[in-house]
Design a protein around this ligand. Sequence first.
Ligand code: URA
Ligand code: CA
Length: 434
Amino acid sequence: MRMVDLIEKKRNGNELSTEEIHFIIKGYTDGSIPDYQISALMMAIYFQGMSVKERADLTMAMVESGDQIDLSAIEGIKVDKHSTGGVGDTTTLVLGPLVAAVGVPVAKMSGRGLGHTGGTIDKLESVNGFHVEIENEEFIKLVNQNKIAIIGQSGNLTPADKKLYALRDVTATVNSIPLIAGSIMSKKIAAGSNAIVLDVKTGAGAFMKSLEDSMELAQAMVDIGNNVGRKTMAVISDMSQPLGLAIGNALEVKEAIDTLKGEGPEDLTELCLTLGSHMVVLAEKAQSLDEARERLQAVIKDGSALETFKLFLRSQGGDDSVVDDPSRLPQAQYKIELEAKEDGYVSEIIADSVGTAAMWLGAGRATKDSEIDLAVGLMLNKKIGDSVTKGESLVTIHSNQEDVQNVKEKLYESIKISQTSVEAPKLIYGEITK
Ligand code: URA
Ligand code: CA
């Protein structure tokens, strides 16, 4: 097989075979096929697309390029959840203990964040002592015992994807739906779960800004999962404004605690119940979505979701007393109010630029090596549709520096106030189940 012939084949719009796709990915991973030929192929894919079969083949070739996690020693149907990322997305922190409390095994592998706020691991590290550096055996034992554990990403998971993603980044080929779908799904499949629930975000703060693109990405990922034997479904949810009220690591842990108590923001609670119900049904812990939702609401009400969160923190070295006393979480030195300049209704809270403001405070990483300040971030006091009077606080800025002028200016640009009443945006735009 010659790489040049395969580039030409794809350039002309023809379908690559399973063997050809595996040849390409294997050759790229071991260095026998150079960057320039893969760059040309990526550009051909960008313009010509890939069939459902090619996408599944590409995904499995990337899965097989590195380690695959074996979760077979964990009892039950393992269901993973993946979010395509957004601003102040606190869902993972809530969903883990929530579905674990109804008996769904949560064997989560997670990474650190880049951009807006930290990743799930960064957030959890705001709990004193909590760590994810545990051995595989310990991880499996904890999931069997507690139904939930989280481990740091294995170094050799989908190396082909790491290499390809870096190359796409500098060849203007990131934004191709088959390539994004394959990239995300390869990591999820290698992580070993039997079923996958995807939360595909749409809007200003999302990777995919338009609803049409978000639906297409969701469909592409669901097709890949179901084609390679992992039951997969997707929910398309709003990320025009940040989810919930908290944006920042310790602030989001506090928000997750509130939500597990049944006292969380409405949108975050609803999205967690929706995603959670699908996880419970896929794990066969309920017959229907309604029954699943009732079970989730019951564990919030009787306190067992919160107890599961404590057990989870304690089992990985964390100080679980933060759950009853969140003031033990890292606290910022200054709390500064962003006052509304006029009366009216909040019409926009542009998620990505609010995320940037949080990052400037130190809540996220501007580059891979930046340090995160776990205490800082933003608490929204208003969401789209709320009425506001002049002088009322729109946002409380939690900062460790006194001068937050640049952050304030960014927030004023991000939050629009209209004179006429505004409807809150829809939270869930659709579901793709097959
Ligand atoms: N996120 C990924 O993991 N891969 C992509 O290609 C794009 C976003
Ligand atoms: Ca939030």
